[in-house]
Every structure is written in C-alpha cells, then in structure tokens.
Design a protein around this ligand. Structure first.
Ligand code: NAD
Length: 262
C-alpha cells in the first residue's frame, strides 16, 4: 500500500494548537514534513510542537493573531527565512463566536468572527501564494465547515464566514491553478474538539446538563451517531495536500458522517 510521503516538504498549519490543526500537524510530521505551527495560543501551539519533536519530527511555533496583517507577514517571512519555501498550507484557524439568534447577535462579535475566519484566511492566501507561484507548486486546504453550505441557526457570523471561505477557495483555486497551486476546502460537520465543546456550552447557556443534551442531540442527528474525530478530518486534509489529488482544484469536501443528508 502506498503511503503519504512529505519528506523535505514544508507545511504551515494555522490553528495548529487546536484539535484539527494538531491532528493534521502530527500526521504531516510523521510523514516527513517540517511543520510550522501558527496559533494565537503559545501554550496550545507548543503542545503540538513538543508532541512532534518527541516523536522525532521537526516543528517550530510562531505566535500569530490571524486578524493582524503584520502577524501573517511575519509567519510567512519567518518560514521562508528558516526553510526557504512553503509547500503545504493548512489555512485552518477559526473561531465559532457567540451562540445567539441573528437579531440579538452583537455587531462587534460578528466583526471579530469575520475577521478571524475570513480576513485571516484571505490574508493567509494573499501572503503564502506568491511564494508558491514563484516555485510553481503548492497545495492549500482552507478549513470551511458544513455551516458554509447550509443555514445554521444561532451561528449567523460563523455560517456567513464559512460560506465566504468557500468563495475565497474558488477564486484562489482558479487563480492558483495556472501556477501549479491547488487550493481546496474541507467542510466538516461537528468534530470532537474544544470548538464543539464551546458551541455546546453556548447552546446550554452555561448549564452543563443542557450542554450535554445539546451534544447528544447533535450526535443523534448524524447518521453515524457521533462527532468526527479530528484525525478523520486530518486524513482528508492529508489526501488533499498530497500527490494523490493532483487534479482536484477549487473543491469543497463535506466530511460529516452523513449529517448534511438529513
Ligand atoms: N470542531 C468542529 O466541529 C468544526 C466543524 C467545522 C469546521 N471547523 C473548523 O475547523 C477549524 C479548526 O477548529 P477546531 O475544531 O480544531 O477548533 P479548536 O478550537 O480546537 O482550534 C482552533 C484553533 O484556532 C486558534 N485561533 C483562534 N483564533 C485565532 C487567531 N485570531 N489567530 C490565530 N489562531 C487562532 C485557536 O487558538 C485554536 O488553537 C476552524 O476553522 C473551525 O471553524 C470545526
């Protein structure tokens, strides 16, 4: 059986301290890539770096707020200074924002969610792609969501932001293709990470019992009866940045245990 081989590849993973980002970073490192972990949380990012180095892999951490243009320029430039190229880019950092009906949704919260999930993804593409264009190769996966494909009550900003990520994916896919760059998106349903715990707490309005009920309700709606494991999303990302997917461009891949079919 053929295996993923990313020997001598350089990968940048935003949100690399989070559930999905950590899972894909560990897999990339295990397959031979040098991994640059980008996250706003130094503690979380360093946990990923330490797990990779303990397993004999290579990783560095660059603290970044993806809403800040100078921070994005810094992680791109630091990666280039250190490794000379970026082969793989997981544009993955994200934030769920508040759980609230649209009419009650605080405007400043809307702006913050859009800033992390859309501006952050846009800036990542804007500053990473020129290096990939120069080297005439590169693979990018933007993390969207099933919430980018359908209406999601009480997550107005999050849903809007993930629809926008798919729009950016299509433009970047189109523009990147002639330069040998492939840009695609993944659209996970609920995944067992801190983000879903936070969403459950939001639906539970601070009551742990209600949060648990909300988790069970969401899991029961899914044909597989459970949330995805972060590693399952990471497996799809690995395929999309590998040479097994060389003719796939500008696409969005739902990975939700069949939830969208219900
Ligand atoms: N968990 C799910 O159910 C789910 C479903 C669909 C899509 N997603 C998407 O997957 C991606 C990863 O989420 P996750 O589930 O691993 O959640 P997570 O909360 O475990 O990880 C998110 C990471 O992003 C980082 N981050 C947040 N704001 C940032 C900022 N301004 N700058 C830099 N880093 C920042 C956090 O510190 C965290 O490490 C997100 O884009 C999320 O929207 C998650």
């Amino acid at each position: 059986m053929q295996k993923f081989d990313f020997t001598n590849k350089v990968a940048v993973v935003t949100g690399g301290g989070g559930g999905i980002g950590r899972a894909v970073s560990l897999k990339l490192a295990e397959a031979g890539a040098k991994v640059v972990i980008v996250d706003i949380s130094e503690d979380a990012g360093m946990v990923t770096v330490n797990q990779i180095t303990t397993q004999g892999g290579e990783a560095i951490f660059i603290q970044t707020d993806v809403t800040k243009e100078e921070d994005i320029q810094n992680y791109v430039q630091t990666t280039i200074d250190r490794y000379g190229k970026i082969d793989i880019f997981l544009n993955n950092a994200g934030w769920e924002g508040k759980i609230s009906s649209l009419v009650d949704y605080p405007t400043e919260e809307f702006d913050r969610v859009m800033s992390i999930n859309v501006r952050g993804v846009f800036l990542g593409l804007k500053y990473v792609m020129p290096y990939m264009i120069a080297q005439k190769s590169g693979a990018i996966v933007n993390t969207a969501s099933a919430a980018g494909l359908q209406g999601t009550p009480n997550l107005a900003a999050y849903g809007a932001s993930k629809h926008a990520v798919l729009g950016l994916t299509k433009t970047a896919g189109f523009e990147g293709a002639i330069h040998g760059i492939r840009v695609n998106a993944v659209c996970p349903g609920p995944v067992n990470t801190e983000m879903m715990c936070s969403i459950e707490r939001g639906f539970g309005k601070g009551d742990p019992e209600a949060a648990l009920i909300s988790r069970k309700a969401m899991a029961v709606k899914t044909p597989t009866g459970r949330y995805a494991k972060p590693e399952e999303i990471a497996n799809l990302m690995m395929y999309l940045v590998s040479d097994f997917s060389t003719h796939i461009i500008g696409q969005q891949f739902v990975i939700d245990g069949g939830l969208i079919l219900t």
